[in-house]
Design a protein around this ligand. Structure first.
Ligand SMILES: C[S@@+](CC[C@H](N)C(=O)[O-])C[C@H]1O[C@@H](n2cnc3c(N)ncnc32)[C@H](O)[C@@H]1O
Ligand code: SF4
Ligand code: SF4
Length: 370
């Protein structure tokens, strides 16, 4: 769908649509420019990685090792945002294991990735990354071992000035603060457990310190996940932040679990579309570490597609396994509905049963990755 149409759809002008996973749409100020800026700053290697990323978005396997590692290795958080799975204890138990990896295992994973020049990593999953005391050393270790794009999303609550300084010096490339609100009143509804004034202050301090240190990186963004509780603040959110940060993301709500109906969370103004030809790019881009399981994607229930556990299979072998090749082929051929997990995932994200009266395979869906 053309960006202009989506801009109209969200009522936000001059914003571009992008997706990194083919499922969740982001409407973003300047996302393409950000990548251009990073290419200028970080050089040819970054440009080559972005080219490969674009090819992966178009379902090409561009190398013998994933382009992106996503680490979802614990579920620690100090907030309970109602739209996030972490506010729903039963679901956490169902979709995540209580396992994690040790620092030594983290380093071994990075060492393996370094052998294949893996370019990008997210050190946060379904958790709050700043609660980890090891975050800065982990970023530094990834940077030292050749990762050129290192990113986190954070709720911003634990970003003291001291922490901000360490993060700024660590080698992080991108940081995105999830806010979902402009006013304290709405923040208190959608970011349960958070202190609005403190979070805003922390972000302002981080922005000022970056300026003081004359650093270009990390690029700083803010995120607004559109929900029924906050949709009326979306435009003022963009207006408030657009000149203060490098990018603003407006994110679509995706249901945390496929079994329940999450109707009360969807924004009222959301337009229902008929979609066409979904093909998931994630198995062409990334491996996601879910607790100790190496999985092909960030679907909450990706453990159902586990390729093996850390210590049992290497990242290289997982990436080049028959299971991964089969999954890639399935998506290349547009047959996602033949895999029960993908069928559940695509159905729940695009609400296909509502559109198709249960005949999911016949439903037309958009390929956001193109
Ligand atoms: C799971 S959080 C983890 C990082 C950090 N705790 C934070 O809030 O940014 C990552 C992002 O997912 C978003 N998120 C959580 N639940 C979501 C949902 N059901 N649909 C879409 N985005 C969601 C959050 O708003 C946040 O921007
Ligand atoms: S702060 Fe992030 S991880 Fe924590 S509950 Fe909210 S969205 Fe989920
Ligand atoms: S479950 Fe299938 S469709 Fe969903 S993200 Fe994973 S690979 Fe893609």
């Amino acid at each position: 769908m053309a960006a202009e149409v989506l801009s109209k759809y969200y009522g936000v002008n001059l914003m571009k649509e992008y997706t990194t996973d083919g499922k969740v749409k982001h409407i973003c100020l300047d996302e393409e420019d950000i990548n251009e800026k990073l290419i200028q700053k970080l050089g040819n290697k970054f440009g080559a990685y972005r080219k490969k990323w674009d090819a992966a978005q178009n379902l090409e396997k561009t190398s013998d090792f994933p382009l992106f590692l996503q680490l979802d290795i614990n579920q620690d958080c100090n907030f309970q945002c109602p739209h996030c799975m972490l506010a729903h204890e039963g679901d956490i138990k169902k979709y995540f294991s209580a396992e994690t990896i040790s620092e030594k295992e983290y380093e071994e994973l990075i060492d393996e990735a370094a052998k294949y020049d893996c370019p990008s990593i997210s050190l946060q999953g379904t958790n709050e990354p700043l609660l980890s005391k090891n975050l800065e050393t982990q970023i530094e270790y990834a940077k030292k071992n050749g990762f050129i794009d290192i990113m986190i999303n954070t709720n911003g609550s634990a970003l003291t000035k001291n922490r901000a300084l360490k993060i700024l010096k660590s080698g992080l490339t991108r940081i995105r603060f999830s806010l979902d609100a402009v006013t304290e009143e709405v923040f208190n509804k959608v970011r349960l457990g958070g202190d609005f004034k403190k979070v805003i202050k922390n972000i302002e301090v981080f922005i000022d310190l970056k300026k003081e240190l004359r650093q270009e990186l990390p690029v700083i963004g803010v995120n607004f996940c559109v929900l029924s509780e906050n949709e009326h603040e979306k435009d003022s959110f963009v207006d408030y932040w657009k000149d203060k940060v490098d990018f603003v993301s407006i994110q679509t709500f995706t249901p945390p679990t496929p079994e329940k109906k999450w109707n009360e969370f969807y924004p009222k103004k959301e337009k229902k579309e008929n979609f066409n030809g979904f093909k998931c790019p994630q198995p062409f881009q990334r491996l996601v570490l879910r607790n100790r399981d190496i999985t092909p994607c960030c679907a909450w229930y990706s453990r159902e597609l586990s390729l093996g556990k850390v210590g049992e299979i290497s990242l290289y072998d997982a990436w080049n396994s028959k299971e991964m090749e089969d999954l890639r082929r399935l998506h290349s051929e547009g047959k996602w509905h033949e895999n029960p997990t993908c069928k559940k995932c695509v159905n729940s994200i695009f609400r296909l049963e509502e559109f198709s009266e249960g005949n999911i395979e016949q439903t037309k869906i958009i390929n956001f990755s193109k």
